[in-house]
Design a binder for this molecule. Structure first.
Ligand code: TYD
Ligand code: MG
Length: 460
């Protein structure tokens, strides 16, 4: 009887990389359905990280903290202020940055523009694409304008070849577009599978750290689970950025979800134009453009995104329901939060809302989940229900509690200052925030401690 052959394959969740001996309908780790695919198991010692053969540079040895020079931490600026900010002030030498996002959102465009700027500053840049031909990249480059000669392009999907080129060229910055198209011969499964994506990232990690090359990895976010998503890699890289936005709207938001070299939750705002991405240095102005004047159900609120305040318009439409069960929708904010705020209104202000449909929308398609926008949502609903417009130069922020109280939020003075910058005259804010708020010339601060006070201040 032959000795029992050890099973060489396992099932991997294509969303989070969870490994299981059997197929499962739902992943116990990330709870996604139908994401398991059978793949050959990775070799016990991942060659990317383990074997001597592939390790570039010298062997490492332990050092004292005092011996470490900080020079290597100087940052390369990308020439795009918004991207630099999200990265924490530029690209760190030898860092591995993952940029995730839906296909077609503009990841390749963003990176090509950054590469162009870095190359123009005299740094060596290598852009490796596994998705597009050189002609396609050239076409894109022509759309975004002048590209310096020192930008090197390559179309390759074999990581062995890529590794050789990077070791030979030692560029300052290298882009891998995208990780799902790369494959390493060490792993037998198809490109895009969890083991391939992990193995490839392992090799890139080693190259980045060993040679001091800053590497950007592009990762597509996919819903269907046929391609391993960037979540599989989040723990391996230094920085994870997500590029998001409504595909039909032209603005895009770059968000840091992990950053070993800077703060997370910082956002960068861009606008996709015919000639590439343009930075939006003042997002508030951008978000408020097109705000209707004198319309009921609309108010401006303020949310802090990272270190910046962003003013947004909240719209509500409340109308009599034709069916027994009223319809409620919330776009850009939490649905349950909207329901809760409406319940607070009914109970604490005696406002009849049970037979009314309510549609709440954050204009511009941006998502805002900070509790500070509560008061804005509530006032927009009241304004629409009473059909009374709120003055255009009024801004409101504050968290609403279940007893109908308006609670303090953080960084009130930053929010008031932003309102002042954009020409708002009245700011409705929680009374308990008044202590930390400096008076700004031309702005009337209206402190409120309950929603009743807020409503009479806004809609009267
Ligand atoms: P792309 O960078 O290819 O997206 P990704 O790499 O994330 O898949 O961007 C593709 C979209 O951007 C495409 O629909 C066309 C649009 N686009 C512009 O609107 N203007 C431009 O200058 C460029 C280069 C692209
Ligand atoms: Mg692309």
């Amino acid at each position: 009887m032959p000795a029992q052959v050890k099973k060489k394959t396992a099932f991997f969740c294509q969303n989070c990389g969870y490994e299981s001996a059997k197929w499962m309908g739902q992943c116990p780790s990330c709870h996604e359905w139908n994401t398991f695919v059978e793949e050959p198991k990775a070799p016990a010692l991942s060659p990317g990280l383990g074997s001597k053969k592939q390790r570039p540079g010298n062997r490492t040895r332990p050092v004292r903290l005092a011996e470490i020079s900080m020079e290597s931490n100087e940052r390369i600026l990308t020439g795009m202020g918004e991207l630099d900010r999200v990265l924490g002030g530029g690209i760190i030498k030898g860092s591995l940055v993952l940029i995730g996002g839906d296909p077609g959102i503009g990841k390749s465009t963003l990176l090509l523009q950054a590469c162009r700027n870095i190359a123009a500053m005299g740094k060596s840049v290598l852009y490796i694409s596994g998705e597009e031909s050189l002609q396609q990249i050239k076409m894109r480059a022509q759309r975004i304008g002048e590209v310096s000669d020192s930008l090197l392009l390559m179309c390759e999907t074999d990581l062995g070849a890529i590794q050789e080129v990077i070791e030979e060229q030692k560029p300052d910055v290298c882009v891998i577009d995208s990780i799902q198209t790369m494959f390493s011969e060490n792993v037998a499964s198809a490109p895009g599978s969890v083991s391939q994506v992990r193995e490839s990232t392992g090799i890139l990690l080693m190259l980045a750290k060993g040679l001091g090359v800053s590497i950007f990895i592009v990762g597509h976010v996919t819903k269907d689970g046929s391609v391993a998503g960037p979540r599989v890699l989040e723990h391996m890289v230094d920085t994870v950025l997500y590029f998001e936005g409504d595909r039909h709207a032209s603005y895009r938001i770059l968000r840091a979800v992990k950053n070993r070299f800077g703060s997370t939750n910082e956002i960068g705002v861009f606008e996709m134009r015919g000639d590439g991405l343009t930075e939006v240095p003042n997002p508030s102005e951008y978000m408020l453009s097109g705000k209707p004047e004198g319309a009921s159900g609309s108010i401006v609120a303020c949310s802090i995104e990272g270190s910046r305040p962003v003013l947004i318009e909240i719209q509500a439409l409340v109308c009599r329901s034709n069916f027994g069960l009223p319809r409620r929708t919330a776009a850009g904010t939490d649905y349950n939060r909207v329901n809760l705020l409406m319940a607070v209104l009914e109970k604490r202000c005696g406002m009849e809302l049970g037979s009314y449909d309510a549609y709440v929308n954050i204009a511009g398609g941006i998502r805002m989940n900070e509790p500070a926008v509560d008061l804005g949502i509530l006032l927009a609903i009241v304004s629409s229900r009473k059909d009374m417009p709120i003055r255009d130069d009024t801004m409101a922020f504050g968290e609403v509690g279940l007893s109908g109280e308006v609670r303090a939020v953080s960084q009130a003075d930053t929010r008031v200052a932003e309102a002042g910058k954009l020409g708002f005259k009245n700011v409705i804010l929680p009374k308990s925030n008044m202590v930390s708020c400096k008076m700004i010339k031309g702005i009337r601060l209206i402190p409120v401690s309950t929603i009743k006070e807020a409503i009479s201040a806004a809609c009267s």
